[in-house]
Design a protein around this ligand. Structure first.
Ligand code: DQA
Length: 148
């Protein structure tokens, strides 16, 4: 069974409360529940983690090495400037799917750059909570393709 890490960065513990007009009304717990249902449908296992601390996220990414088959990550604001996060994702050489609730490309210009995108298989942005389940489908289809 494929194992997937679902990682959420800073301020995403505040989903549901934080700017619902931008990020949606769903809490992170609701999104993680949606992912558990989708994982059961797809026959994969997911492990969810959220932190507001960059070093803790880097440690969690390293822990995926040799233990998990792929990573779905919403790096929050780290997306736009954290080379350390990008290097950690690159170091573990796993397929990565980048997720954003909002469409970062139509917001402030500092959000248009993702330093993570070059080490990801792809990015899903702008679909709200559903983006995470789309990301899981995309990652699992990528993993199944690799297996062939
Ligand atoms: C976000 C977009 C980022 O620009 C922002 O800093 C976030 C959330 C999103 O999911 O739309 O924290 O990653």
């Amino acid at each position: 069974m494929h194992k997937v890490a679902i990682l959420n960065g800073p301020n995403l513990n505040m989903l549901g409360i934080r700017e619902p007009g931008v990020y949606g009304k769903e809490s992170l717990a609701i999104i993680e529940g949606m992912l558990a249902d989708k994982a059961a449908q797809l026959g994969v296992s997911v492990s969810c983690y959220q932190t507001n601390h960059e070093g803790a996220m880097i440690d969690r990414i390293h822990a995926a090495y040799g233990q998990e088959d792929g990573i779905i990550i919403n790096p929050g604001a780290w997306t736009h400037y954290s080379y350390a996060l990008r290097d950690a994702l690159s170091a573990v050489s796993l397929p990565i799917v980048e997720v954003h609730l909002s469409n970062i490309h139509k917001r402030e210009s500092f959000r248009h750059v993702s330093v993570v995108a070059p080490v990801a298989v792809g990015q899903i942005a702008g679909f709200g909570a559903i983006g995470y389940t789309l990301a899981l489908e995309a990652l699992v289809s990528q993993l199944n393709r690799e297996r062939v």
